[in-house]
Every structure is written in C-alpha cells, then in structure tokens.
Design a protein around this ligand. Structure first.
Ligand code: ZN
Length: 189
C-alpha cells in the first residue's frame, strides 16, 4: 500500500494499514537540518508503519538527503549524501517515551506532538545524527587552503633535518675511527 499526500492520516491508522509513506520533503520544512547543511537540495523519506506486539506504532525506513556540507578544513562546500536509517516506536508524549525507554532501552523512541503524521517530525533528528563529523576524508580534501600546505611543508623540512642529523652522527664516529686506524697503521710501519 502506498500513501501519497494524506495530511489527516494518523500514525495509528497508518500502522494498522501497514502503510508505506514515500515523501519528498521541502528543504524549508527542515529548518534545523537545512541550517546544519550549507545547502540542502532534496530530502526523500520512505517510511513503513506497523504495530508491534504491544500495539505500539512502529516506524521503519530510510531518509536520504542530497546536500552540500561545509568542510571545516578547506572551507569548501562539498556535495554529500546524508543517509539515515530509522527504526523507532512513535510515542505521543515524553512520559510515554520515558516509560518505554525504561522497559526496552535498546529500542529507539521518537516523540511526536500530534497524532497526525508529520514526516519532518519523525526524520529531522535522525538526519541531524547522520551528518558526518568530517566532510572531507583526508586524501579527498581537494580544496585544502594554502595555509595547510604551509604547515605540512614545515613539518616535512623538520623531518628531513632530523634525518640528516641522524645520518651524520652515524657516519662521523666511523670516519673518526677510520682516521685513527690509519694513523695507527702509519705509526707502526
Ligand atoms: Zn575539505
């Protein structure tokens, strides 16, 4: 069963019908997530509703956002897909959520403010949690500022100096020894 736009659907009726809800969300409807991203292009949510063995509303699904995230290192906007999996009980009050949480702490609970379906309410926190800590993986940071190269270069120079020092201290004692041996030989002959 595939539900399109049905603003008056309650979570409970969706769950009873084991409804599948596919929605493309307006980025402007997710202000917190949109702000966390630099640019938010599209958000697609695919959610399946069901009732668990205790008659509680269970939502499972996936939310995929196409966004551009700001890299803290290179300060460039990098296109990224934010992909969040969702599997949670739908609670209609904080008290209910706390109660379920104390009984089955391993189960995620999302608290909604209305009995009617609000996809944004279900998915926005999950999307925020799915944001990557680092936008660019080290090697992929294609837009590193010149400052960064400067620091890196300095470190390389220091390493080279340190290596040369080691090589010299390695070589000199032998050179000194060879000289001493030669002198010794000369003395004897
Ligand atoms: Zn970067």
């Amino acid at each position: 069963m595939n539900f399109r736009e049905s603003g008056s659907s309650t979570y409970r009726s969706l769950a009873q019908q084991r409804a599948v809800v596919s929605r493309q969300l307006d980025p402007q409807s997710l202000p917190r997530f949109a702000q966390a991203c630099g640019t938010l292009d599209t958000v697609l949510a695919d959610l399946t509703f069901s009732l668990d063995d205790q008659g509680r509303v269970l939502v499972k699904g996936r939310v995929v956002a196409e966004a551009e995230l700001g890299c803290h290192r290179c300060e460039e906007m990098v296109p990224k897909q934010v992909d969040a999996a969702l599997s949670a009980l739908v609670a209609f009050s904080e008290e209910q959520a706390d109660e379920w949480d104390s009984i089955t702490p391993q189960t995620d609970v999302v608290v909604v403010t209305s009995p009617n379906l609000n996809v944004v309410e279900l998915v926005e926190d999950e999307l925020l949690l799915a944001l990557p800590n680092r936008v660019c993986i080290d090697d992929e940071c294609a837009h590193k500022p010149s400052m960064y190269y400067g620091v890196d270069g300095k470190e390389l120079v220091n390493e080279a100096v340190a290596e040369r020092d080691i090589e010299e201290t390695r070589r000199f004692p032998f050179a000194g020894l060879k000289e001493a041996m030669n002198n010794d030989g000369e003395d004897k002959s």
